[in-house]
Design a protein around this ligand. Structure first.
Ligand SMILES: [Zn+2]
Length: 304
């Protein structure tokens, strides 16, 4: 996708428009120069290796969080670290369950330890801000714990100039976008697993990885208000999706992607101020303006 880039006068050193947005594509000396700017911001996408029904790839969560991270990074002059491609255990009420083949998960201790190592490492080397961009529902509290322990390791308190932002990308979907994407009513983020959000985003970003001919229509899963362990496997729909991808299309995916990237970049830029490039209006903003108009950035729906 095309990404507009701001003028050099507001561009922190080492974040010029020709530099790679993926950290893994930098050489060590370019990385050191970038760190030396004192304004380096790293975005770490987090995902999972998890079944997403018969029509989406196992890596969907990391694929989507990485694509959003790259687009946000290009707008604000940040760089993207390699994604966390495995995540915390899929749970029956939000991901179908960890018992399903195609789902390979980490114990909480492993997610916490990995996050703690990455945050400690980047901040200790001079990165000023880290944004953890989560794309797998079950990860969130363990990412949070890893960040908290890393800051404790480094002795960084609330007066620190360095910071870590933690977010899940679906929290940036505006009410207007939801109304367009779910004309029959929004089922809730917890059962949006292999459903319209992820399927539409993948149809926009990676249509070759989606096989809509294998998508199955079925009612949303009805799950109890408690977790039962071991899980009763029959409570997960046979597709592995908690809601069907009925009505998914690339146009909805584009709307979701552009609106989320624009609002997420604007919020991060506002929070980190002079350490990042102000988030310019992204390309294609006009295509989502009808949906996003009147939704001030920062006004999000509550999540379940
Ligand atoms: Zn997913």
């Amino acid at each position: 996708m095309s990404t507009p880039l701001a003028t050099a006068t507001t561009t922190p050193p080492g974040t010029d428009s020709t530099a790679p947005v993926r950290l893994a594509h930098l050489d060590a000396h370019a990385y050191r120069d970038w760190i030396a700017s004192g304004q380096a911001t790293v975005i770490i996408p987090a995902g999972a290796f998890e079944q997403h029904g018969p029509h989406l790839p196992l890596g969907t969560d990391a694929i989507l969080s990485t694509a959003i991270a790259e687009a946000v990074a290009a707008r604000i002059g940040a760089k993207v670290a390699e994604p966390l491609s495995y995540g915390y255990k899929s749970q029956q009420k939000s991901g179908g369950g960890n018992h399903l083949a195609g789902t390979i998960s980490l114990d909480a201790a492993a997610v916490i330890a990995t996050t703690r190592c990455l945050v400690t490492g980047f901040l200790a080397q001079g990165v000023r801000h880290i944004v953890i961009l989560n794309g797998h529902y079950e990860n969130y509290q363990f990412l949070y714990e890893g960040v908290d322990l890393a800051l404790r390791d480094l002795g960084l308190g609330s007066d620190a100039e360095r910071s870590v932002l933690l977010l899940s990308y679906w929290d940036f979907v505006s009410e207007q976008t939801l109304a367009t994407v779910y004309p029959a009513g929004f089922p809730g983020w917890d059962i949006e697993h292999g459903g319209v959000l992820e399927t539409s985003l993948m149809l926009h970003l990676n249509p070759g990885m989606v096989d809509m001919g294998r998508a199955v229509s079925h009612p949303p899963a009805i799950l109890p208000r408690f977790d039962r362990l071991p899980v009763v496997a029959a409570r997960t729909p046979a597709t592995g999706c908690l809601s069907a991808p009925d009505g998914s299309d690339a146009q909805k995916g584009r709307l979701l992607f552009e609106q989320v990237v624009a609002d997420l970049a604007a919020d991060v830029a506002a929070e980190l101020g002079a350490d990042v490039r102000p988030a310019a209006a992204p390309a294609g903003r006009e295509s989502v303006a009808h949906a996003a108009a009147g939704t001030p950035s920062g006004q999000f729906l509550p999540t379940p």
